[in-house]
Design a protein around this ligand. Sequence first.
Ligand SMILES: NC(=O)c1ccc[n+]([C@@H]2O[C@H](COP(=O)([O-])OP(=O)(O)OC[C@H]3O[C@@H](n4cnc5c(N)ncnc54)[C@H](O)[C@@H]3O)[C@@H](O)[C@H]2O)c1
Length: 256
Amino acid sequence: MLLKDKVCLILGAASLRSIGYGTAELFAEHGAKVVVADVKMDAETLNAVKLSIQSKLGNSVSVHGFSCDISSPTDCDKLVSEVVALHGTIDCLVNSAGIVRNIPILELAEKDLDLMFDINLKGAFYICQSVLKVFVEKKSGTIVNVASSAAQRGGGLVGGSHYAASKGGMLSLTKSIAREFAALGIRANSICPAMIETPMLDGLSEERLKGIVDAIPLKRVGTTREMAGACLFLSSELSGFVTGSNIDVNGGTHIH
Ligand SMILES: NC(=O)c1ccc[n+]([C@@H]2O[C@H](COP(=O)([O-])OP(=O)(O)OC[C@H]3O[C@@H](n4cnc5c(N)ncnc54)[C@H](O)[C@@H]3O)[C@@H](O)[C@H]2O)c1
């Protein structure tokens, strides 16, 4: 049990096929009090998440959920208040909420940039700010921001340049949090996944997917469970001396 009784807030967990859900399930297995949040988290969705986790782990696991649009600072503050009212504190944040769009650079309109940056980048700032207020008071806490290999390689594979730039900003934000709050014992790290089997890959044609998979040394896409493993490491004491770091979960794509 690596997260026994830790209150873990996981953003981006509405789909049972998402990285957020996979992380919630693994964290619950490790004894965490899991709170899932998503802009699409209504009563029916939360019920499906709960049922799925409890059918595997039993009814005694703690799973709660709230709706939250991370592009709204008010929503983020409200979510954190709700979690603190429920459990008294927050120990770990995993921010896996995000959108992907693929638009060529010269076709990008202001509204496309605004939507992407509002959710993926400003949203990351807002949810981290809201949670950090709690972490600063208790002088502990961990943050994991789920970025993307697009931040390192540039857009054009699945997401466009604006997606890549939003995730690049997320990497810089994470390092900045790590530096600014290290003295308080608060840690922040990121993960750059690529080709994890979630709804985000649904738009790719079979031929395109095959072409991408052929270029992955492990010759397959990754699972949400494998992403959850990286989140677990970075949220638990196993990574107690790791902050401002990034883990690549990409099947070896960056071996050079
Ligand atoms: N699947 C991959 O191969 C892959 C690769 C690189 C990066 N990522 C990143 O991983 C993260 C998780 O994506 P996923 O693959 O699990 O896909 P997903 O679409 O299942 O998960 C993203 C979740 O974010 C939620 N969301 C969108 N806008 C939101 C908002 N404004 N406020 C709150 N929630 C919002 C969505 O409703 C969705 O449930 C994303 O940030 C994505 O960019 C995924």
